[in-house]
Design a protein around this ligand. Structure first.
Ligand SMILES: [Zn+2]
Length: 149
């Protein structure tokens, strides 16, 4: 049975861990975590990173290239992300010498209301979006929390 391999990394945020499990279930493939909670800013990283707040994970899905993983997460966002929460998904393409290729998912601090979103962005996928200040945005998808009844 496919599992999320944390590889020794801690991710404090339960909702980010839920996303990793949902990715694992969706692809029916192992998810290999390459970073989680951090108390430092790595080269090329952001001092506003959700990793510093324990609300982010970096990973690959076994058997899928990162571009394919990113595409399917976008198309099937409603199967992967919880409504009412807001997330940032970054496809790091690896053209940036400071940032290896991977998928990043971070959850923003919870705000009130039933509307959340999934913001899909790319970095290091082409010459013009290398570096976190040059990221390009694909789409910001709404994620609504359906009230229970
Ligand atoms: Zn990350």
């Amino acid at each position: 049975m496919p599992t999320v391999n944390y590889n020794g990394y801690t991710i404090t945020d339960a909702e980010v861990k839920n996303v990793l499990q949902a990715v694992c279930n969706f692809f029916e493939a192992n998810v290999n975590v390459t970073s989680g909670d951090r108390n430092f800013v790595p080269p090329g990283g952001s001092n506003q990173s959700a990793h510093l707040d324990g609300r982010a994970a970096d990973f690959h899905v076994e058997g899928y290239d990162d571009g394919t993983t990113y595409l399917y997460m976008k198309v099937f966002a409603s199967a992967i992300f919880a409504g009412g929460n807001s997330y940032q998904i970054i496809f790091h393409g690896g053209l940036n010498p400071s940032i290896k290729a991977h998928i990043h998912v971070g959850r923003y601090a919870k705000t009130s209301g039933m509307w959340g979103y999934a913001l899909f962005q790319k970095e290091g996928t082409k010459d013009s979006n290398i570096g976190i200040t040059n990221m390009t945005t694909d789409i910001k998808l709404p994620l609504i929390a359906v009230p229970s009844r």
